[in-house]
Design a binder for this molecule. Sequence first.
Ligand code: NAD
Ligand code: TYD
Length: 349
Amino acid sequence: MKKILITGGAGFIGSHLVRLLVNKYPQYQIINLDKLTYAGNLTNLSDIEDRPNYTFVKADIADLGAIRTIFREQAVSDVIHLAAESHVDRSIEDPTAFVVTNVLGTVNLLISARDQWEGSGGHRFYHVSTDEVYGSLGEQGYFTETTAYDPRSPYSASKASSDHMARAFHHTYGLDILISNCSNNYGPNQFPEKLIPLIINNIIHERPLPVYGQGLNVRDWLWVGDHAAAIDLIFHRGKSGETYNIGGNAERKNIELVGLICDQMDRKLNRPQGTNRGLITYVTDRLGHDMRYAIDFSKLNKQLGWSPSLTLEEGMETTIDWYLANRDWLNKLTSGEYLQYYQKHYSNR
Ligand code: NAD
Ligand code: TYD
């Protein structure tokens, strides 16, 4: 029987993936390993926590001894690794935490898998990564799987390093490794430090909407459920040692994206059209702010038949509806520790 260790399952993307696999594969045992940092929240999984094929283990991937023990005691057969420090702004403020979790933590998982699975076949290690490892694009062009790595923030440098380590374990020890590099995700349960839920939350409270620089930076946005579906597909049908790019086909300048949220929320909150756009405030730019990310996902499309299922406009309606219906979730996360981060981060911009 497969016993799949999913790391970071209490976070944003991890919780969608855990739910998908627990529901779709009752024959698998899904073990969610998470440290429960500020970004990890077990209420994201309260609807499936009692399912017989689901287990939660609280642990830190930076602790090799603890990880080795979990591999042995739980007889882990496969890994899908998402646990990470994931916010670029926090990596600018504290790069070390990103090296500890993203680099050391990944190496600890790779070592534990290599040793646990030595001499037996049929085990996969799937490393979930980001398109940010490829650097920043100008107005033209797309990242492909062969684009040279050029990470430019402490976050993307730590993810690039972990990607290289995963590939090194494939080539050196023959581990069955899969890697995917995905564009920006959005949807329910995203921690409200990231652009989309931050804007939604500030609109609810009629607070200023902080747009870095001139708002001209471009991101490609993907519905989180489509990312989870792509991971499921690649885990089951991807070729060992291969990398797959995942993208949303939905490039927007930040200011266009914020405008879309403003307009949809004017309608939903019965505010006159244009009210929320009046909250937009241009603030000091992020240090080293990457200009544009855009993904060519034709390999995944042609080889495994994956493509995004929702347009950005459709996904955003669903996302906004979810946050409006879950204001308690938002209020809980945006009070306390996060409130201090928010005030420190935005008061001087
Ligand atoms: P998130 O910040 O919402 O969740 C991260 C989870 O990892 C949290 O539950 C946290 O508690 C856990 N975690 C952090 N440090 C840990 C540690 N030392 N040990 C164990 N658990 C730990 O992140 P997310 O947005 O869901 O991203 C998940 C993965 O997907 C990350 O690897 C990220 O690099 C990658 N990714 C994210 C995006 C995106 O747009 N969010 C896009 C592409 C790739
Ligand atoms: P973010 O959600 O942090 O994702 P990433 O940096 O990984 O792409 O930011 C998305 C874009 O929005 C990015 O160009 C930075 C910008 N941004 C703002 O303009 N204001 C904000 O308050 C935040 C958090 C981000």
